[in-house]
Design a protein around this ligand. Structure first.
Ligand SMILES: [Zn+2]
Length: 395
């Protein structure tokens, strides 16, 4: 089901606008339409205002995404929701300096917008800037269409965006900055843990404040801060364990290999008689030519029956991501997340040694993680996501 109102690509990044964004536009139309300008002009002005507000949110996300790109971290998508924007980065930058730069870029964009627009307000208002920014003046003028009022609105909301996102509520920008600063003096997982606890305290305060003032947006953000913080803490701890192992450690040495000319019937037998559920496929010269995964086998059995040849239904080698045998498992896990593949081929310079599946990694994680932390509670298997979500409220 497509839940997006619109999707477009800008500077190589997919931007997705969630359907509920319609509610934001309707809210803008209603808020401004009930003002002195009347339903038509006021309503249109309201829609334009909301679009410009979300253009500011989008630019904030691009601040993160384009800075991340400088460090070689891609962005899968930028998602626009009524409560703000989310930039899905491919991975979490681990060097504190990189994280600080990526995180700071978002609020700095909003700050820059405010600073750049201010001279125009002075120009339109005969050099008197301060008067239009008082709470009373903003409230009195907000519903009246006009360039000056629009500029005042954008300057104040961009300032608010910068300030709100700098609250130390991990995973909001401020919480990420806190984590990155702590990471200079504490191990990374511990820095994350402290930032998550501070974030939770703030989330609870936000929720209480939201309940008493009826600010629904704040309640939702509090919820995301709470849940998002926990998810990222889990991802960080998984990565610490996985980083200690190489791809070659996770290879099953007596793994069963299939040959191109064999039929699906053999695999069905194998699956019933062994624990292996994904198989490397080689040609008669022993070259790696593809992979047959269990989901693929089930589809193929349904479609072609047990007599079909493996070569006709396997995933060809070209579509299987590859890693070096010296890559650490955290990198392999990230590769699976990024490519959406449950299998990665482990290769030396000229030949494929074997395959690693997401099940292999879960297994290494559970067994070795438990052994490494023998005196603590056993860790949860790694969450099946590696991206980080830069989340932003816009109130
Ligand atoms: Zn941000």
């Amino acid at each position: 089901m497509n839940v997006n109102l619109a999707e477009f690509k800008l500077l190589g990044i997919d931007v997705k606008v969630h359907w509920s964004f319609v509610l934001v536009l309707a809210f803008g139309a209603f808020l401004y339409g009930s003002g002195p300008a009347g339903w038509l002009i006021g309503g249109l002005y309201g829609v334009v205002t909301m679009l410009l507000l979300f253009a500011s949110v989008t630019l904030h996300e691009y601040g993160h995404a384009l800075t991340a790109r400088r460090f070689g971290i891609g962005t899968r998508s930028i998602l626009l929701l009524p409560i703000g924007g989310v930039a899905n980065l491919e991975r979490i930058p681990e060097k504190p300096g990189q994280e600080i730069a990526i995180v700071a870029a978002g609020p700095l964009v909003n700050l820059a917008i405010s600073v750049l627009l201010t001279p125009f307000v002075l120009l339109l208002n005969g050099g008197n800037g301060a008067g239009v920014f008082t709470m009373n003046a903003v409230n009195a003028n907000i519903q009246s269409p006009g360039l000056l009022n629009l500029l005042v609105f954008l300057i104040s909301t961009n300032l608010l965006l910068a300030i709100f996102n700098l609250l130390p509520a991990f995973p909001l920008d401020g919480g990420r900055l806190l984590r990155a600063l702590l990471a200079y003096v504490r191990p990374y997982p511990q820095a994350t843990q402290i930032a998550v606890v501070v974030g939770r305290l703030l989330a609870v305060s936000m929720a209480v404040y939201g309940i008493f003032t009826g600010a629904i947006g704040l309640l939702l953000i509090a919820f995301f801060v709470y849940v998002g913080g926990s998810a990222e803490l889990e991802a960080v701890s998984s990565r610490v364990v996985l980083r200690r192992f190489r791809a070659s450690d996770a290879l099953t040495h007596n793994a069963i290999t299939l040959y191109t000319s064999e039929r699906l019937e053999r695999v069905t037998q194998l699956i019933m008689n062994s624990y292996q559920i994904d198989y490397p496929v080689r040609d008669l010269a022993g070259r790696f030519v593809g992979v047959l995964t269990r989901p693929r086998l089930i589809d193929a059995l349904r479609e072609y029956g047990p007599d079909a040849r493996i070569v006709d239904v396997m995933l060809p080698a070209a579509s299987v991501p590859r890693c070096a045998s010296s890559s650490d498992l955290a990198t392999v896990w990230e590769m699976m997340g990024r490519t959406g593949s449950r299998v990665v081929a482990v290769a030396t310079q000229d030949q494929v040694m074997g395959i690693i599946t997401s099940d292999d990694i879960s297994e290494v994680f559970q067994v070795m993680g438990a052994a490494l932390e023998a005196d603590r509670r056993p860790p949860a298997p790694p969450a099946n996501r590696t991206e980080t979500q830069e989340m932003h409220g816009y109130i």
